[in-house]
Design a protein around this ligand. Structure first.
Ligand code: ADP
Length: 154
């Protein structure tokens, strides 16, 4: 069974994340979207909200599960028996940042990181831009899945 974990903060999940997950579904038997919980980090959306957005977005997909974890991603991979870490790449800055982490993770655990290049139409989307637009009451509906839009316009 090819099980991958897609780790991130997902504050909130965006159409960039959704694109990577949908495309990775052809590569893996199961994808665990894993929300990393860092007590030192401040999030805009609560953990419950972030979980709900993702569950709602992939409600019809049996191959996709959502979980939360604390600590090292490779330790969590071992715990749930995932052999691959999935990451998206948008630009050279992402690549430089991800390269060292992926090499360290492989060194420490043998776990491979699989990178998918962002689609051209979602390359510019990031959770931080979505948060900025949202905070200033802008329209985020072209940047996030419907589950997030639904919640934010309530
Ligand atoms: P982190 O806090 O780990 O950066 P994010 O939730 O921001 O978590 O991102 C999780 C993963 O999704 C990362 O691999 C990131 O590069 C990828 N990602 C984010 N936005 C996009 C996008 N627009 N296109 C492709 N990948 C993306």
């Amino acid at each position: 069974m090819k099980r991958a974990i897609f780790p991130g903060s997902f504050d909130p999940i965006t159409l960039g994340h959704v694109d990577i997950i949908n495309r990775a579904m052809n590569l893996f038997d199961e994808i665990i979207i894993a929300i990393g919980v860092n007590d030192d980090k401040k999030y805009l959306f609560s953990l419950e909200q972030r979980l709900e957005f993702i569950k709602d977005t992939f409600a019809d997909q049996t191959k996709i599960k959502v979980q939360t974890y604390k600590g090292l991603t490779i330790n969590y991979c071992k715990e749930i028996d995932a052999n691959y870490i999935l990451r998206g790449l948008r630009n050279p800055a992402d690549f430089e940042f991800e390269k060292a982490i992926a090499q360290t993770n492989r060194n420490l655990s043998g776990i491979e990181t699989v990178f998918l290049l962002t689609s051209a139409n979602t390359a510019y989307i990031s959770s931080s831009i979505v948060r900025d637009v949202y905070r200033h009451h802008g329209d985020i509906s072209s940047l996030v899945p419907e589950s997030v839009t639904k919640f934010t316009i309530k």
